[in-house]
Design a protein around this ligand. Structure first.
Ligand code: M6R
Length: 609
């Protein structure tokens, strides 16, 4: 995700800012930039790609003694990863510069207002809207202008702002996006993450949500966004750099599993409008009519993304009553697929760089399909080569095993299926009830995560078994496939996922005393049938590890190991039910001593066919 560093002190700011940005590199970014103030004017330097590119540009300008500056690594959300979209952004006068983490949800209406006031915009970003708004409201008092601007903003932010007209001041504010102030000897370093300040100081002031700081050479004045003074106490940072980057987690995979309540909130933010009973998917808005009348929708992807596609296929059929096919991207391409006028192909990819998916979408476009992307990495090749799409907004995924991208993909596909369903036949009552349910999914995931210790125990008791089955029906069948994939790719245990009813057609021969059979048996239309399948396994000596709804005595009574999850509306259950399976695979891999974040033979992004 994006990173912020700001410096005010006696030393040249530039090397400190660059070093800080490098310490934030692990968070993922696609462009970077710096604004420096020499006491009379601002200079802004930005570049696409690695921080090395930015350093080269700065080096070409020669030494800069400025001791006030802000810097940023951007992970694109609104607008492509281009130099013009990189932060810092400036106001119309070019004398105020701002860096921002988060999303300004009402940026479109603010921009419309500012354009009406005669301001011109250079970038496609929500952040430039905020910078221009601060400039528009500025009358010689930067802190007041920032506070007034934030009063008009809906969304999340961590920001740092400087002005050439007040060269002894750095303003910082936070709401929903972390920001802290490192306190040194006559100097202050603002950062979105402690790793940027630890080389300089271990003294830190953590801003809380809704707080703003005005930092000058000799003081930090902290107020609420309503301008009520707040007394802050300094804390000590006692973590090593590696611990900081992992935010206290042992592995990125665990961190990414655990941050899913937050990443899903981000994915839904600005799209779900529960109050007005609407879903807004700006990226595909222009194509909704074609989508809703399409005679054929094909979802393509690989690995986890394909599993998300399978869930999406069920949802398009059941919620939107539309014919949907799901294909491995690698197979689609060589199958001579039928593309008729009106065919829509949806390419799903976390990285946006998977070669098989890319080749398949090129084939589909070539044959005249409308191709939409459900992609995480903004500006990636797949995002650029699709006709339109919806980004996941779940932040960079570093662990090779895909986790938070899967739940993000499910959330986007669910929103899409609901939108189409509503356009076609879905009643307002059903739509609103699903909308409400979807808004509660981050909380349900947080509850599922509470079972981590229980799941670790289950993994420990079964980790010596070398063959596992994962079984589910309906929407839980792709979840079973995903559980099996997670286990095999990071713990190297052989696992097979399948529809629970298919087991009796062959795989049941694999069951012997103690074979772990992981069932997803949450309440659904096929609940009773899944219970029968569990009985079949039990009577052959298999060991039942069952994910069921909290308080379900029937299922827990049958299970050898029971993992409770909250009950949510059936179409939304995969987002919750997959979480224990991610944790099961994670704990099994750790117990077996495997390299969780970089499993053998695997790459994060598979860019060869
Ligand atoms: O970046 P993509 O979503 O296109 O990647 C697709 C697969 O390579 C990916 O999901 C892979 O299966 C993961 N390692 C699964 O955890």
């Amino acid at each position: 995700m994006c990173g912020i560093v700001g410096y005010l002190g006696k030393r040249p700011a530039q090397p400190i800012l660059i070093e800080g940005l490098k310490r934030l590199e692990y968070r993922g970014y696609d462009s970077a930039g710096v604004a420096l103030c020499d006491g009379t004017r601002l200079s802004v330097v930005r570049s696409v790609g690695r921080i090395g590119n930015l350093q080269q540009r700065l080096a070409a300008r020669g030494d800069d003694p400025s001791s006030l500056g802000i810097a940023h690594t951007r992970w694109a959300t609104h607008g492509e990863p281009t130099e013009i979209n990189a932060h810092p952004h400036t106001d119309a006068s070019g004398r105020i510069a701002l860096v921002h983490n988060g999303i300004v949800e009402n940026y479109a209406s603010l921009k419309e207002f500012l354009v009406g006031e005669g301001l011109a915009f250079r970038s496609q970003t929500d952040t430039e809207v905020l910078a221009q708004l601060v400039g528009y409201l500025y009358d010689g008092d930067l802190a007041s202008a920032v506070r007034a601007a934030l009063g008009r903003v809906q969304g999340t932010y961590g920001i740092a702002v400087i002005s050439a007209d007040e060269p002894g001041l750095l303003v910082a504010a936070r709401k929903g996006s972390p920001l802290l102030i490192g306190v040194g000897d006559g100097e202050y370093i603002v950062a979105s993450d402690p790793s940027a300040i630890v080389p300089h100081t271990d003294r830190v002031i953590y801003l809380d949500d809704g707080e703003m700081a005005s930092i000058t050479a000799d003081a930090v004045r902290t107020v609420t966004l309503d301008n009520v003074p707040v007394d802050k106490t300094e804390a000590r940072v006692e973590l090593s750099l590696e611990q900081i980057e992992l935010d206290g987690y042992e592995h990125y995979m665990l961190k990414e599993i655990c941050e899913q309540p937050a990443t899903l909130r981000n994915c839904l933010a600005g799209r779900l409008d529960v109050r007005d009973g609407r879903i807004q998917l700006g990226g595909v808005a222009a194509h909704l009519r074609q989508l809703a009348t399409s005679g054929r929708i094909t979802l393509i992807g690989c690995g986890t993304a394909w599993h998300a596609g399978l869930v999406g296929g069920y949802l398009f059929e059941s919620l939107a009553r539309m014919p949907a096919a799901v294909d491995y991207a690698s197979e689609f391409r060589y199958r001579n697929p039928i593309i008729e006028p009106g065919t829509v192909v949806i390419a799903i990819s976390q990285s946006g760089e998977t070669a098989d998916t890319l080749a398949a979408l090129r084939e589909a476009r070539e044959r005249g399909a409308l191709v939409l992307g459900v992609v995480n990495a903004v500006g990636s090749t797949i995002a650029r080569e699709t006709d339109a799409g919806v980004y996941l907004h779940v932040g960079p995924e570093i662990g090779v095993a895909s986790t938070k991208a899967f739940t993000g993909q499910l959330a986007v596909l669910t929103m899409l299926a609901m939108t189409l369903g509503r356009r076609r036949h879905m009643s307002i009552g059903m739509f609103e009830s699903l909308l409400h349910g979807l808004s509660k999914i981050p909380d349900a995931i947080a509850r599922a995560l509470e079972q981590s210790d229980l799941i670790r125990g289950i993994a420990a008791r079964n980790v010596e078994r070398n063959n596992w089955l994962f079984l589910g029906r309906g929407l839980n069948y792709p979840v079973a496939l995903e559980g099996a994939l997670k286990l095999k790719e990071i713990s190297y245990i052989h696992a097979e996922g399948m529809p629970a009813a298919e087991m009796k057609h062959g795989p049941i021969a694999l069951i012997s005393r103690g074979t772990p059979a992981v069932f997803i048996a949450t309440r659904s239309e096929q609940y009773e049938k899944v219970i029968s399948n569990m009985e079949e396994v039990r009577s052959r000596g298999g060991r039942l590890i069952v994910i069921g709804n909290e308080g379900d005595k029937q299922v827990s009574g049958l299970a050898d190991e029971f993992i409770p999850v909250p009950e949510v509306p059936e179409p939304l259950a995969p987002m919750v039910n997959v979480v224990p399976l991610q944790l099961l695979a994670y704990h099994a891999a750790v117990i077996r001593g495997c390299n969780v974040d970089k499993p053998r033979n695997l790459a994060k992004s598979v860019t060869v066919e």
